[in-house]
Ligand binder design. Structure first.
Ligand SMILES: CCCCCCCC/C=C\CCCCCCCC(=O)OC[C@H](COP(=O)(O)OP(=O)(O)OC[C@H]1O[C@@H](n2ccc(N)nc2=O)[C@H](O)[C@@H]1O)OC(=O)CCCCCCC/C=C\CCCCCCCC
Ligand code: LIP
Ligand code: MG
Ligand code: MG
Length: 217
């Protein structure tokens, strides 16, 4: 969904990327520092129940993932290594965000005396884990498909969509909006599952075109 705004956001990101390039900072440094910031914000703040504070920290670092690519492209330094590093560290950042929210449900909410919907923290923690697994699977399906020579991508909830929904949910919950985080993780568990199937069917269609007798008859 958000992929269509990539070009518009490139205009916002370009001056920041140009600033780092002028200071001889490499895209890999931005990739690594951005990930460390996201991980720190998520694993330190969320389990303690500091939802809006953690989200502001993550918000400040998450856009490094757009800046790194813009820096690489604008200097003609896009590389396979950079693509590998970027995608791999994205998995770490995503794991930290959803892992942190899982721990919020089983620990942080109680510390702050916040209501968890239906008083069922373990259920919401489980749904958050489901959203994490299906989100990671979404990206894995794409990566594995591309490694086999198929085209694969898009769908209902790509990474930027998933980040927007979970970060808005955490931020609003931290500001006191009731049950919005429970809604966000449930929506993400469903949307990510749909996306996994969308991508699997993309691959299956191409596999059938290549080999009508080979792909899942
Ligand atoms: C003041 C604080 C207020 C706090 C409020 C918090 C509320 C939370 C609200 C919103 C949060 C929104 C977050 C969601 C946006 C996430 C954006 C993002 O980063 O998405 C990721 C992708 C980047 O993908 P990728 O890494 O694949 O692309 P790259 O461009 O990096 O290219 C990769 C290639 O680059 C090369 N390369 C890379 C690295 C490297 N080291 N070397 C390399 O060579 C290599 O070739 C790679 O292959 O972004 C996208 O997918 C693009 C679409 C995203 C569009 C973003 C739209 C943002 C939308 C909303 C923001 C709303 C803000 C609302 C604020 C409300 C505040 C009240
Ligand atoms: O596949 P997805 O999660 O929707 O979206 C993204 C991919 O399009 C991108 O190539 C990769 O670098 C990211 O890590 C992320 O995985
Ligand atoms: Mg990036
Ligand atoms: Mg990335």
């Amino acid at each position: 969904m958000l992929e269509r705004f990539r070009n518009a956001w490139t205009k916002v990101i370009a001056p920041i990327a140009a600033f780092f390039v002028r200071h001889n900072i490499s895209p890999d440094v931005i990739t690594i520092v951005g990930t460390l910031g996201v991980v720190a914000g998520a694993v330190i703040c969320y389990p303690q129940g500091w939802l809006w504070q953690g989200t502001v920290i993550i918000f400040l670092f998450v856009f490094a993932d757009m800046v790194d690519g813009q820096m690489a492209r604008s200097t003609g330094r896009s590389s396979k290594w950079g693509a590998f590093l970027d995608s791999s560290l994205d998995r770490l950042g995503d794991g930290a965000v959803f892992g942190g929210i899982t721990l919020y449900f089983v620990h942080g909410a109680a510390v702050h005396g916040r209501d968890v919907a239906f008083d069922l923290p373990t259920i919401w923690a489980s749904i958050t884990l489901c959203a994490l697994v299906m989100g990671q699977l979404t990206s894995y399906v794409k990566a594995r498909a591309e490694s086999l020579g198929f085209r694969c991508g898009g769908g209902l909830a790509a990474r930027a969509d998933r980040l927007l929904i979970i970060l808005m949910g955490a931020w609003l919950a931290g500001l006191g909006v009731p049950y919005v985080l429970e809604f966000a993780v449930t929506a993400l568990a469903v949307m990510s599952t749909v996306t996994v199937f969308q991508r699997i069917f993309q691959v299956r269609n191409q596999a059938r075109e290549q080999d009508p007798h080979g792909a899942g008859a």
